[in-house]
Design a protein around this ligand. Sequence first.
Ligand code: NDP
Length: 272
Amino acid sequence: MATLYLIGDPVAHSLSPAMQNAAFAALGLPHRYELLRTPAAGLGDAVARVRGDDVLGANVTIPHKERIGRLLDAVEETARRVGAVNTLFKAPAALQAPAALQTPGALRGDDTDVGGFADALLERGVDLPGRRVLVLGAGGAARACVDHLVRSGAAVTVANRTATRAADLGPVERTAWPVRALDRYEVVVNATSLGLGGEDPLAGVDLQRRLTVVDVVATAQETPLLARARAAGCTTVDGLIMLLHQGARSLRLWTGLEAPLAAMRAALPRRI
Ligand code: NDP
C-alpha cells in the first residue's frame, strides 16, 4: 500500500480524497489519498514526506502551487510554462527529460490543471479557435486556463482584482475589475476563488443565452454563477468536470494506468 497526499492550506473542503480513493478501489489498488494540511512554513517537511518510499506522490493546492517547484528534482514543461505545480510524482514520465533525472525515486512536478481544463472544455464541446474569451482571475488556476486558451487560438482578455498580478500572463488583453458587461465575449471563465463561499464574481451582470460560462470553482453545491448561467440557457462547464479530468491525469502520472473515469465521476457530490 502507498499513500498519496493533498498538500495545501486549507484542504478540508477538498473533493479529491473521495474521487481518488474511488479510483484506487476501482483499479483494485490498496493506495490511500489523504489530506496533508500544510502551512507555508511546513512545505519543506511535506516534500520530504512525499520522498518517502511509502508515498507514491501528491497533489498541491493553494497556497503552494507556485512555490513548490524549486523543492523538486525536475519540473515538466507545462508546469514550467504556467509557473505552477499541482502534481508531484516519481515515475520517469517525461521522455524528453535528461537521463540523469530519470533516476528512480526522483521527485518531479507537473501541472495537470491545464490538461484538466482542456479535457473539460472538450467534454462539453466548447470550440476555442478565434473565440473571444474573458478570464476572471490571475492566480494559478487562471494561468492554467490562459495557457490552454491562448495555445488553442482563442482571443483572451483577463480581468483581475489586483491588476498588477495579470501583468505577465502572456499575449492577452486586460480589462478592469469588476466586469460590468459581457457583450464583447463569447466565453467567460471564472478562475477566481469567488464561488467557494457562495459569491458570484459577475453579480448584477446579465448572462445572455449565447454565452458559454465556465467555472473552475469545484464545490459540492453548484456555484451561484453556474446556476444563473444554466437558468439563462447558457452552455455551462462545471468546475467538477475540470476536477475530474485533472485528477485523472494526476492518477496516470502516479500509477501509469488509465483512470477509471466512471468510478471517479460517481464519487463526486453532484452529477456532471
Ligand atoms: P489563487 O489564490 O492563486 O488565485 C485566486 C484568484 O481569485 C486571484 O485572481 C484573486 O485575485 C481572486 N480573488 C480571490 N478573492 C477575491 C475577491 N474577494 N474578489 C475578487 N477576486 C478575488 O488560487 P487558484 O488560482 O489556485 O485557485 C482559484 C480557484 O480555482 C479556487 O477556487 C480553486 O479551488 C479552483 N481550482 C479548481 C480546479 C479544478 O480542477 N476545478 C483546479 C485548480 C483550481 P487577486 O489576485 O486580486 O488576489
